[in-house]
Design a binder for this molecule. Structure first.
Ligand SMILES: NC(=O)c1ccc[n+]([C@@H]2O[C@H](COP(=O)([O-])OP(=O)(O)OC[C@H]3O[C@@H](n4cnc5c(N)ncnc54)[C@H](O)[C@@H]3O)[C@@H](O)[C@H]2O)c1
Length: 367
């Protein structure tokens, strides 16, 4: 069994779906999805693997908060996964500026709890045990336009409460490898985009606001640069690292697609102009520049040579092909968007699943 934390969130749910697709053809290993379902956790993302009988008990779900040591201890008595793939986190930079406390609690202390469980698991499972920690390129700080891209040896310089909390968790993972011999792997990736991303993040925010006829806000001058990674390419990279990565190592994962925020907005507008033209004018007319957020990093860029050279991984999607897929997905799933926006997705979970929360003894239910 593999444990996936944060498996109801954006990247985690894409990972679960991708993993199930691969398992359908080979092997019968089970997945235990662990998620406390914050606003960002949406069990509807996993509907494809929850259709009755489809995976026949191969995907289990447990509603557990990784900050809760007692709940984690209860899980320990029930399950012995051979690997942990750790996505669970508070992940939105803007939210971290308004309320940093939960970022430290979940991203740092939650990771600590998992690392401690990982040590016990490795004692039982042996050397094949893996703890894969999913982190971000934001831990490396901000680049000037002419600076070389972040490599795995770039010094850490986090600038937001979010990136500081992720950096702290990365350091814990590193220390647990060196001090306790835990078989850790850390991946630091760039901005993901694709299906199931909560519409507070840039690309789904733009798509959903554009079709509602709302303004498309861009921070500052719009010239902040990010590297964009299509989410299934990221999942594929994580699987490569899980299967073939050298323990104790860090792997950067990037999409080789640096774009300014303005270029991203314009690209989204262009695709929407083609796929869903307005009666008159372009979606570009809705662009509006707004006051920059504090501490807004200017540029992130990823040098992904290590994962490419060592593990043979490369992104399959270009920014253009990934963006077309993403825009289409949001246009074809208005109900998903609506239910997230109205909050109806939260009711669905109570109706669909007898999910016993952290205080219960029966913590896992078949999806
Ligand atoms: N989205 C990106 O572009 C990006 C880029 C780089 C790194 N990352 C990292 O990838 C991981 C996943 O990101 P995402 O975009 O899918 O995030 P997300 O916010 O969409 O999902 C996070 C998931 O974790 C769960 N969670 C939060 N706190 C929890 C807790 N205390 N206990 C149990 N579950 C909890 C949430 O319910 C949610 O399902 C994060 O660690 C993030 O730092 C994301």
């Amino acid at each position: 069994m593999i444990l996936v934390t944060g498996g109801a969130g954006f990247i985690g749910s894409n990972f679960v779906l991708e993993w199930c697709k691969r398992q359908a053809n080979q092997g019968d290993e089970r997945l235990l999805v662990l998620d406390c379902l914050t606003y960002a956790g949406n069990l509807e993302n996993l509907a494809q693997v929850s259709e009755e009988g489809r995976f026949d008990g191969r995907v289990l779900f447990s509603r557990v908060d990784i900050r809760d040591q007692a709940a984690m201890a209860a899980l320990e008595t029930e399950f012995t996964p051979r690997a942990i793939v750790h996505f669970a986190a508070e992940s939105h930079v803007d939210r971290s500026i308004h309320g940093p406390q939960v970022f430290v609690e979940t991203n740092v202390l939650g990771t600590l709890n998992l690392l401690q469980w990982g040590r016990k698991l490795q004692d039982i499972v042996g050397d094949r045990f893996r703890f894969l920690h999913v982190s971000t390129d934001e831990v490396y700080g901000s680049l000037q336009p002419s600076d070389p891209a972040f490599s795995e040896s770039t010094p850490y310089a986090p600038n937001s409460p979010y990136s500081a909390s992720k950096a702290a968790s990365d350091h814990l993972v590193r220390a647990w490898h060196h001090s306790f011999g835990l078989n850790t792997l850390t991946t630091n990736c760039s901005n993901n985009y694709g299906p199931f991303q909560f519409p507070e993040k840039l690309i789904p925010l733009l798509i959903t606001r554009a079709i509602e006829g709302k303004k498309l806000p861009i921070y500052g001058d719009g010239l902040n640069v990010r590297d964009w990674l299509f989410v299934t390419d990221h999942c594929d990279g994580i699987l490569s690292v899980l299967e073939k990565g050298r323990t104790g190592q860090v792997y950067n994962i990037g999409g080789d697609s640096e774009r300014t925020n303005l270029a991203v907005v314009e690209a989204v507008c262009l695709i929407l102009d083609q796929l869903r033209p307005k009666p008159s004018g372009s979606y570009r007319d809705q662009i509006e520049f707004v006051r920059d957020r504090p501490g807004h990093d200017r540029r992130y860029a990823i040098n992904a040579a290590k994962i490419r050279d060592e593990l043979g991984w490369a992104p399959a999607e270009s920014f253009d092909s990934g963006l077309i897929k993403t825009v289409k997905w949001y246009l074809e799933h208005p109900q998903w968007v609506e239910r997230v926006k109205t909050g109806a997705y939260r009711e669905w979970l109570d109706k669909q699943y007898a999910v016993v929360d952290r205080s219960g003894s029966n913590t896992a239910s078949n999806l």
